[in-house]
Design a protein around this ligand. Structure first.
Ligand SMILES: Cc1ncc(COP(=O)(O)O)c(C=O)c1O
Length: 345
């Protein structure tokens, strides 16, 4: 009997036995009083590796991004963000609903807006009708364009232009370690170019929950206050923080295996005649369309499930497969064979 293979996302990983051991023995305290040693250790480490003054633990990536928007932006200002960015498309409009920012979408089809796009989009131009632009949000790796890892050079060009224009540049680095591993650089190669970064512990790194937001001490103090206001401050959070620290120290380099498995999956699907999207600088995601002669989206998900595989249609007629530490090479080979078998109507 095969295990159920879950390709819906890299968020589905279960803590390993070693991680559960760490969780079981985590030292904890009341984090709202600042005396949870595991949370404090995680924050120090996150700040150190991103080259920032301070960090806080947020319960999710969405909250980490939102804390950046409320801490750095003000109601009625504009934020530049990619048209296909997660902060704009998939965070329930929190940047407007809660942070009060007016999003101005840019073309991020290559994973990041081109630097030349920023100045013309800047609304801080003295026009009385305009909501002044004060923030720029970047995403790396870029989820909806196929998990593109934007290189440190391309990333720096856009981020530097954003800073030159006086914006607070925030990186939604939910999967920034995938980009760093892809290019063989330290994560600080990216984070040195931005004012704040959010990264997820609960995606490819394999922790059960949580994200880190890193930036200056002042910024993090503001974010802390907002986290409390939003009800996201927690007590013995060290249970989760210890898992996060373990993940950061043990599970970064192995992301290369996920990238190799995604590459293999794309190759096998193509060999089976499936029109896999051609993603430059891909990481741990594979996207492909369901065509006219193929089954319905619901039928595709059902047939895959009947064969022991969970899959996700990220939008109508567009399937996304994500590799992670709970699927291996053999699973990928089985997955490709199942897709080839079930996709035709
Ligand atoms: C690029 C990106 N940013 C932010 C998030 C939000 O993370 P969370 O699901 O922990 O809120 C996700 C989640 O998939 C994501 O892909």
């Amino acid at each position: 009997m095969h295990k159920i293979m879950d390709f819906r996302s890299d968020t589905v990983t279960r803590p390993s036995d070693e991680m559960r051991e760490v969780i079981a023995h985590a030292e904890v305290g009341d984090d709202i009083y600042g005396d949870d040693p595991s949370s404090n250790a995680l924050c120090e480490y996150a700040a150190e590796i991103t080259g920032k003054e301070a960090a806080i633990f947020a319960c999710s990536g969405t909250m980490g991004n939102l804390l950046a928007f409320v801490a750095a932006g003000h109601h009625g200002e504009s934020i530049l963000a990619g048209k296909r960015s997660h902060v704009w498309c998939s965070e329930v409009g929190g940047l407007s609903a809660i942070a009060g920012l007016c999003p101005y979408p840019l073309d991020d089809g290559s994973g990041i807006p081109a630097p030349e796009e920023l100045a013309p989009a800047n609304r801080a131009d003295g026009d009385i009708h305009h909501a002044e632009t004060t923030m720029l949000a970047l995403e790396n790796t870029h989820n909806y364009t196929g998990g593109i890892a934007v290189s440190p050079e391309r990333f720096a060009r856009t981020a530097r232009e954003g800073r030159r224009l006086g914006f607070h540049v925030h990186l939604d680095g939910a999967r920034i370690f995938n980009a760093a591993v892809k290019y063989g650089v330290e994560v600080s190669e990216y984070t040195k170019e931005v004012d704040s970064v959010q990264f997820c512990l609960s995606k490819g790194l394999g922790a059960p929950l949580g994200s880190m937001l890193c930036g200056t001490r002042d910024f993090i103090e503001k974010a802390k206050k907002w986290r409390k206001r939003l009800g996201g401050a927690q007590r013995q959070v060290g249970i989760a923080a210890a898992a996060g620290l373990y993940a950061l120290k043990n599970n970064v380099a192995r992301l290369a295996e996920d990238h190799e498995n995604a590459r293999l999956l794309a190759e096998l699907l193509r060999k089976a005649g499936i029109a896999v999207e051609d993603t430059p600088d891909m990481t741990n995601m594979v996207f492909f369309p369901l065509g006219e002669g193929d089954v319905s989206d619901a039928e595709f998900e059902k047939r895959c499930f009947d064969k022991g595989m969970l899959v996700h249609m990220v939008s109508p007629r567009r399937a996304r497969f994500v590799t992670h530490m709970d699927v291996d090479r053999e699973d990928v080979e089985r997955a490709a064979a199942i897709v080839a078998e079930v996709i035709r109507a």
